[in-house]
Design a protein around this ligand. Structure first.
Ligand code: NAD
Length: 636
């Protein structure tokens, strides 16, 4: 059982495009009337937009925010703040600007409205890291958590692609570490997995089209979730290392996170296997650390500490600092292993791909054996079959006895087949595979009558009958007058279409199951007339059990499944230059429509077999009869 402590935080989040227009209302909601607008040196335009919305509420602007929140910058801003008499802080920019707002809030307790323009996540954490005398000191206090966050996607479209990429990986780092944090809980787990999938999906789209709003919105939303995790649970080695390299060696924040993340993940992966399986799944890759490295490298992001300004000679010191004080991390912190990690990251080497397991190696070997199959489709099907079968065996830990049973089952399935009994079709039907193949085929011919499985009772070359014939040959059952048409998709009638019909009798048996019958009954071949029309007499079909004296019956019994098919009449229709159609019509209200044992029922094929009284159309003398009217549409 899992134990955890979870504290939620009170904060107002406004998310959307153009939400900067709501900043004045948000300030007023907090009781603010004189605002100090904060931005970084490159954030002048954005601060201008915010100031325009605030109008007369602007008391002063300070555009000097700097990375890692140096205390001397905070002191300067504090002087401006005091001078201006501001009663509210509005910050627009990345983590650096928001850090300044937090530092001022810590000293003055003024409310903050922040508009993040990167994906760093600081806006939703109660954490502040300040640098004084070259040392970065981090503290956590509810006093620094901004009261209101206004996410405006439009403010992020100007964020340069390289910063967007590293900032998004910064967000990814928060959620990777959240999943193996000692404080992880169901809330942060869900947020983290959602954020990982969101970042992996949206980031390549943002890089491809940095000004498009939708990808930016998806990424910003994922960053909010990631920041929320950062503000809720403790982080591990990755954040410690990034913090050390940024604070003590002056490396840029988001770039450092980006270079380090695949390496810190590879370091921790063996100690948190479950978390890493989930991370890989959310990323959509087989291995999480190499997946992140490939994502960054593939999008042109930084992959080496050397390239972002780290001196090689500083690596041992960085490793020493990373283990100087204890903090939670899934894998034991070993200075030598961390030094190796940093050396790899310095050179830009990717983390080692995990060794394939013996099972994976076997699958690869078998797949490779089909590698030179000349026909590409055959190769594709064979290798796919091998991969799926192997995965099935591994995932279900199939035992030797179970596999021997499966082989015996298939052997007996084959032995049960002869000219009139097709146990393999029954097996395919009852496993729903026939219907799946049929479904795919059907979806390729839109606007036509849905097809349905052939079933095991079709006999090639049925007796040819004339229009109006009775194919029941006096067999007992309620007469059914069939009056159907065959057209193309555009309702143009198809004369001389060949229509094979077959069905069960009123006890549910096909003629080939009744050895006492002399010749084919309830099966025939017709041709449509000049109007594409076909009329004949038969009897109402009945529900029937599929043969259960073979391996398929054994399977149904073992599963507690009934063997019944819903009543139906089979049709096989062919016309020159048209796609053949094999289908079935089911009387509405019949038994087993919702549990047909071969999954053959489709709503469009359930039709009224309408009971009638009075004389039938051809004047035949019958007491009770039913009529079936239907139009089959087949594809050209
Ligand atoms: P940043 O704020 O320094 O911004 C990076 C660069 O992007 C800057 O040059 C900035 O001017 C530019 N920029 C930002 N938004 C822009 C936009 N919309 N258009 C054009 N340019 C834009 O970097 P960051 O990565 O967002 O934040 C890093 C800082 O935040 C570090 O000091 C870090 O320690 C801190 N941080 C703190 C927390 C926390 O919880 N306390 C969390 C994350 C980051």
């Amino acid at each position: 059982m899992r134990t955890f402590v979870y504290s939620s935080r009170q904060q107002r989040i406004v998310f959307g495009a153009g939400t900067v227009g709501q900043v004045r209302a948000e300030v007023e909601l907090l009781g603010g009337s004189r605002v100090l607008v904060l931005a970084g040196p490159r954030g002048g335009d954005l601060a201008g937009r915010v100031a325009d919305v605030l109008g007369p509420l602007v008391a002063e602007r300070f555009d000097g925010a700097a990375m890692h929140t140096p205390v001397e910058v905070t002191e300067r801003a504090l002087a401006v703040l005091r001078e201006s008499g501001a009663d509210c802080l509005v910050a627009v920019g990345g983590g650096s600007t928001i850090g300044l707002a937090k530092a001022l809030a810590l000293r003055t307790d003024l409310p903050q409205v922040v508009l993040p323009t990167t994906y760093a996540g600081s806006e939703v954490t109660p954490v502040l890291g300040e640098t004084a005398d070259g040392r970065k000191v981090t503290r956590s206090s509810p006093a620094v958590l901004p009261e209101t966050v206004v996410y405006d996607v439009e403010l992020t479209t100007g964020l340069p692609v390289d910063i967007s990429l590293t900032s998004a990986v910064n967000a990814l780092a928060h959620v990777v570490e959240a999943l193996y944090s000692p404080d992880a809980n169901p809330v942060t787990d869900r947020l983290a997995l959602d954020a990982i999938a969101g970042i992996a999906e949206a980031l390549p789209r943002v890089v491809r089209d940095p000004v498009a709003l939708e990808p930016r919105a998806d990424l910003l939303q994922a960053a909010w979730l990631a920041g929320t995790c950062l503000g809720t649970v403790r982080m591990g080695l990755h954040h410690k290392l990034a913090h050390t390299l940024g604070g003590s060696f002056g490396l840029p924040h988001a770039e450092t996170h980006t270079v380090l993340l695949p390496h810190t993940m590879a370091y921790n992966a063996p100690a948190a296997p479950d978390a890493f399986v989930r991370i890989a799944r959310a990323l959509g890759v087989p291995d999480a650390p190499t997946g992140v490295f490939d994502l960054v490298a593939g999008l042109g992001g930084p992959i080496s500490l050397r390239a972002i300004g780290m001196a090689e000679g500083d690596l041992p010191k960085a490793a020493e600092l990373a283990v100087a004080q204890p903090y939670p991390n899934p894998r034991e912190l070993r200075e030598d292993a961390i030094a190796t990690l940093l050396t790899d990251a310095w050179h830009g080497r990717g983390p080692a791909a995990p060794q394939p397991s013996a099972a994976d190696r076997l699958t690869q070997e078998v797949v490779a054996s089909f590698g030179s199959t000349p026909d590409p489709r055959t190769r594709h099907l064979l290798t796919g079959l091998v991969e799926h079968l192997h995965r099935f065996v591994v995932e279900h830990d199939v035992t030797d006895a179970e596999w021997r049973y499966a082989i015996d089952f298939l052997t007996r399935t084959g032995q049960k087949c002869d000219d009139t009994r097709q146990e393999f079709i029954l097996l395919s039907d009852t496993l729903g595979v026939s219907s799946m193949v049929d479904l795919l085929t059907n979806s390729r011919t839109e606007g036509t009558t849905p097809s349905a499985v052939l079933g095991p009772f079709y006999v090639d070359g049925p007796p040819v009958r004339a229009q109006g014939a009775d194919i029941a040959h006096g067999m007992a059952g309620e007469p059914l007058w069939v009056d159907v048409r065959v057209t193309d998709q555009h309702d143009v009638p198809l004369p001389q279409a060949i229509v094979d019909v077959w069905q069960s009798n009123s006890d549910g048996f096909y003629d080939i199951q009744l050895p006492e019958l002399d010749g084919p009954v309830l099966r025939a071949r017709f041709a449509t007339d000049d109007d594409g029309r076909l009329r004949f007499w038969t009897i109402l079909p009945a529900a029937y059990p599929i043969p259960r004296d073979g391996p398929v019956g054994e399977m149904l019994d073992a599963a507690g499944r009934h063997p019944f098919r819903a009543p139906h009449v089979h049709f096989m229709i062919g016309a020159p230059d048209h796609t053949p159609l094999v289908t079935q019509l089911f009387p509405a209200g019949g038994d087993y429509l919702d549990s047909d044992t071969v999954f053959g029922v489709k709503p469009e094929l359930v039709v009224d077999f309408t009971p009638r009284d009075g004389p039938p159309p051809d004047g035949r003398q019958v007491d009770r009869w039913s009529a079936l009217h239907y139009t089959f549409r087949i594809a050209r």
